[in-house]
Design a protein around this ligand. Sequence first.
Ligand SMILES: [Zn+2]
Length: 417
Amino acid sequence: MNAERETIVRMTRDAVDKVRVADIHTHLFAPAFGPLLLSGIDELLTYHYLVAEALRWLPMPAAAFGRLDKRTRADLVWRTLFLERSPVSEACRGVVTALASLGLDPGPRDLAEYRDFFARRNPEEHVARVFDLAGVEYAVMTNDPFDGPERAVWLAGPKPDPRFRAALRLDALLGAWPSAVFRLQAWGFDVEPGLGGRTMAEVRRFVAEWLDRTGALYAAASLPPTFAFPGPSSRARLLAEAVLPAAEAAGVPFALMIGVERGVNPDLGPAGDGLGRADVAAVQNLCRAFPSNRFLVTMLSRENQHELCVAARKFANLMPFGCWWFLNGPGLVREITALRTDLLGLSYIPQHSDARVLEQILYKWKHARAAVGDVLAEKYADLAAAGWRVTEDDIRRDAAALFAGNFESFVAARPAK
Ligand SMILES: [Zn+2]
């Protein structure tokens, strides 16, 4: 490596390590939501990514494992994935990184010591420390207005917490209309199972109320690989006639998370979801039909990534984001980040944590900074070799855009009519 290349690699790593992060999609909750915020070693170990891996070794059916209490499940995962073999998978390495980031020594493999550490945390101080260590300025939650306990907190008016921003998740509305109807009716909305009468206006009123109540930065839904648009399904019609008009009126983007195949193995519960390749034409059709709406889009299948980048070249109201779920390993993050940079320059959002347990942001962002930083360093070095003078200020500016600024501009943008 020549001296100029070495300098560029060092400057890029430094910029990416220090950049502040807007974590645009998580399943974390502000402390005001009480037990909805998951934290600690037993939650880390019983997270469904690790459960799926442990059940490949454990001599018991998934249903029997699921009936055990959380501490016993955590013991079994620890023994199976961390003691009986090396924890080399991304999800397992993540636990090691999280422990080390908190100053714990993963060397002795002493689960009792880690439990003791978490038991002694002051919850409020611990949240602040984890955000600080992860370099995360704020995390966007996933807020489901159909979830009983969460709904109760919102209706009581929780004190705003600048570290936790809202996103209105509408899976229960778009993906399960027959059951959503009864609940909307019970809450005083004049809706009909067949979508007739005042249904669309009333769903717009419901979405508008909740966008306002939560201060959501965007509305969102996860969608199966079969997602099609336009179409006669209640999902497609509700999206077109109620949800997107409400999002446009409120000036917020809509996030599409496409490709989850729910319940491939239902015995595994949340660990039993798989993925499928989706049709990017649905995304293009939405972007074309709704030019005044903005779409944040992430897709679960590796095979969709190239088509999504090409679609984003055609539509400025489309922002690809994150390396989601099964794509979140250093190999695929590098591949997808390089692909996006080649096709879109710096106009994408490289990663989100999807953290469901607080301490997961420690490893997700440490690992994401490393993988994205490697790709960027290579791009800057190639650019310098082509004759461009790459400065430290340029690199810092670009990193700030990728890790926070692009999202913030996209959320704030009001496209011209
Ligand atoms: Zn998620």
